[in-house]
Write a protein that binds this ligand. Sequence first.
Ligand SMILES: C[S@@+](CC[C@H](N)C(=O)[O-])C[C@H]1O[C@@H](n2cnc3c(N)ncnc32)[C@H](O)[C@@H]1O
Length: 245
Amino acid sequence: MHHLPALASVQAICYCPPMSIRLDQTVPFGRWLGEYELMFSLSASDRQRRILDCAAGPASFNAELTADGGTVCSFDPLYQFPGDEIQRQFFHKLDQVIDQIRATPEHWVWRYHRNPDELRQHRIGVMERFLADYRTGQGTDRYVCGALPTLPFEPDQFDLALSSHFLFLYSDHFSQAFHLESIRAMTRVASEVRIFPLIALRAERSQHLEPVCERLQRDGYRVSIEPVGYELQRGGHDMLRVYRP
Ligand SMILES: C[S@@+](CC[C@H](N)C(=O)[O-])C[C@H]1O[C@@H](n2cnc3c(N)ncnc32)[C@H](O)[C@@H]1O
């Protein structure tokens, strides 16, 4: 587990007890608006909705859509840290991850991104865009620190809740119960939830997907798995859409 610096002013707006966070299991990589649009099949009218981005990390989605008149709240335990620390964690992992990608060519599809070098440059650009926005947005209601499965928001505070590259992807680290609880929490604060991708790190469908969908359906949720126009991890081209009962 990371050593957490004493950040009294930042922790005042952080809704998660720091000792419960296991940030070492996830990679602080972010995607940009163009990728979010494809991963979640976002339409022009979706862009006008009040959006909650869960496990948003250092994505530049919030910065870009806000600049374009949208309303986005990013939620992540990473926001307990100042920008410089997030940047340090990102560069600490960057080449390790890119090397792993090079070592497993069968797991990647080079259509949207052309190759590992271009992907690396892209992720650095996203981080820079995120940091420029986060430096003024940290501590506001656009960047909220906290951890699933607990969401510190009012029922229906948002229209649409998104989560990319966290739920299902880290299935070996987070239980089926954690996934169910997180999705239920997301549907409490937004009537519609979209999650991408549905494969785990080994590039196979998450072992939690089927049981989680079955349980949600039994409880009256409307659930569908839909193909989207984005694939980087081979086989990671589907999104889960959930509406609460
Ligand atoms: C790979 S990043 C995804 C960032 C962004 N969604 C994207 O696709 O560009 C995964 C994020 O999950 C966050 N995370 C880890 N545990 C979490 C939890 N319990 N609740 C919410 N986010 C969590 C990490 O801090 C990290 O920023």
